[in-house]
Design a protein around this ligand. Structure first.
Ligand code: ADP
Length: 315
């Protein structure tokens, strides 16, 4: 029907190299790496051979060129990435806690990423789209929210489908508009890809089975729950459930796993694979991504996933 399209922040990511170190003392950092959850997602779609495009905004600077060059090279339609003369490319600084949790310092609102809007190029790309994937992080950008709601309506009218990864970041949940649009997107989604507690937030219920049942009842066709190193589960209509054990890998950098997982699941489904096969590929894409430093450095082709699946032990 048309490409998978997403909307939202393109960022450079700069990471702490010492687990437990904060950003209030000098330390060695690593980066810049191409990043931004929607960007990682769409890059993974394109690497797997799916038609893919993104509505976004970068600055006229090297951080912007680093991202756009990578996306273009990997096969993403970059025609709806605006280049701002007034704002620098957005950024994310990440540090890791000893328990594995992450803290981010984002610069999105007052960067080019905060300027995402419904440009003529965005309308053109959305007019050709067959699927819209919404990243929760993008709902913190007022202009992106407008594009997302327009894209949902347009793609729905064309007979296309919608997926939603809540991807909640405590640092970005700052205004009421984000919450309102969260509920609107949730109401429109055919496929929901929550991670851990996000399932409970989406359903407003604290029991996994109840939350899944309530969301399916509300009209979502498929729910794929990400469980980090515990793997993932698929829930479909008619109480269908499939569990997938994680691959045994050494985690180097967890950022981007969920984005690659969601992109792989969606792309496999759009290519006509069963939920079972899509879940296996998604688990592989998430696991393979965490073995590389840099959120977008571990994106996989279908061929790389096939080799990874054949050669990697399960937990
Ligand atoms: P998010 O990044 O959205 O929080 P997760 O951390 O749950 O998502 O990761 C997404 C998927 O990636 C998991 O469901 C799993 O399939 C895979 N994955 C993530 N971390 C690991 C890990 N340490 N070992 C193996 N697989 C992993």
């Amino acid at each position: 029907l048309g490409p998978t399209v997403t909307v939202g922040e393109i960022l450079v990511e700069i990471m702490a190299t010492t687990v437990g170190a904060g950003f209030r003392e000098p330390q060695a950092l690593t980066g810049p790496y191409p990043s931004g959850a929607p960007a990682i997602f769409i890059d993974q779609v394109a690497r797997m051979g799916g038609a893919a495009g993104i509505v976004a905004s970068v600055g006229n600077d090297d951080f912007g060129r680093l991202n756009v060059d990578r996306l273009r090279q990997d096969g993403v339609d970059v025609s709806a990435i605006a280049v701002s003369e007034d704002w620098p490319t957005g950024s994310a600084f990440v540090r890791y806690r000893p328990d594995g949790a992450r803290d981010f310092v984002f610069n999105i609102a007052r960067s080019a990423a905060g300027q995402v809007g419904l440009t003529p190029a965005a309308k053109d790309l959305i007019g050709r789209a067959g699927h819209v994937h919404v990243m929760g992080t993008a709902l913190s950008i007022p202009g992106a929210r407008e594009v997302i709601l327009y894209a949902i309506e347009t793609v729905r009218a064309r007979g296309g489908s919608i997926s939603f990864d809540p991807n909640l970041r405590k640092e970005l949940l700052t205004d009421d508009g984000a919450l309102d649009s969260f509920n609107q997107v949730l109401g429109a989604a055919d496929l929901l890809l929550p991670s851990g507690e996000e399932l409970f937030t989406a359903a407003g219920l604290n029991d996994e089975a109840e939350a899944v049942a309530s969301l399916l009842e509300s009209g979502i066709g498929e729910i794929v729950l990400k469980r980090g190193e515990q793997g993932a589960s698929f829930f479909g209509r008619d109480r269908q459930r499939i569990d997938c054990v994680a691959f045994a890998v050494t985690e180097v950098d967890p950022t981007g796993a969920g984005d690659c997982f969601g992109a792989a699941y969606l792309t496999c489904r759009r290519k006509g694979m069963t939920p079972d096969a899509a879940l296996l590929h998604a688990n592989a894409a998430g696991a393979r991504n965490v073995t590389r430093l840099g959120p977008m450095e571990g994106v996989s082709t279908l061929a790389e996933l096939a080799v990874f699946i054949a050669e990697t032990r399960r937990r």
